[in-house]
Design a protein around this ligand. Structure first.
Ligand SMILES: N[C@@H](CCC(=O)N[C@@H](CS)C(=O)NCC(=O)O)C(=O)O
Length: 198
């Protein structure tokens, strides 16, 4: 049995919930982190010494880091277009997963925090918005990040793309907006991303 520890309003948990739903995998969900707490408990820290969610437990296997969890879950199925077996196709997806987590999401998270604190300045806005302008150009020629269909690349990118669309005073990025509308046609995306995240 699969057990997921996390909370629905965590973007890193939300993308894992989306994938579990997409793959119709049964799992136990243990609400952890944020107002639910539990992530500083010794039992939890033995699974993830960093005290962060999500964490996936599958028998004796413990997986933390949301992108690693996505790859693990998708690999449980012999063949999934979300995470194909061919190494070149995998690399195309992987590069977007790393890019989203390393280059796109951190400046956006910093901007969102600064906006809440009333300290957002032009430099923070520019640094958060520049990667979205770059991906907007890519999405002019690609329906999804890694080509013509949904993959783990989109599942990693989607929470931040959705949150970009919620920002006030953002640059208009028509290809990104069309892409987010396309994602919104997916019921599992709506359940776990657009209805769950703020
Ligand atoms: N790089 C990690 C980041 C994990 C992370 O920062 N998780 C946040 C929630 S999105 C967390 O655990 N915050 C503490 C809490 O929820 O109490 C991943 O992708 O899993």
């Amino acid at each position: 049995m699969l057990t997921l520890y996390g909370r629905r309003d965590s973007s890193n948990t939300a993308k894992v919930l989306w994938l579990l739903d997409e793959l119709t995998l049964p799992f136990d969900f243990v609400l952890t982190g944020g107002k639910f707490g539990g992530n500083d408990d010794q039992d939890f820290l033995q699974m993830n010494p960093f005290g962060k969610v999500p964490v996936l437990r599958h028998g004796d296997v413990i997986v933390w880091e949301s992108n690693a969890v996505l790859r693990y879950l998708a690999s449980l199925q012999d063949s999934s277009s979300l995470w194909p077996q061919e190494v070149g196709e995998k690399a195309e997806i992987d590069r977007w997963m790393d890019w989203s987590s390393i280059s796109l999401t951190p400046p956006l998270t910093r901007l969102r925090k600064a906006m809440k604190a009333g300290t957002a300045d032009d430099a923070a806005r520019q640094s958060a918005m520049a990667p979205f302008a770059q991906v907007n150009a890519w999405l002019g020629n690609n329906r999804y990040l890694a080509g013509e269909h949904l993959t783990l690349a989109d599942m990693t990118f989607a929470p931040s793309a959705y949150r970009y669309c919620l920002l006030q005073d953002k640059a208009s990025l028509p290809n990104l907006e069309t892409y987010v509308e396309r994602l919104n046609e997916n019921a599992a995306y709506r359940r776990h991303i657009s209805r769950a995240l703020t």
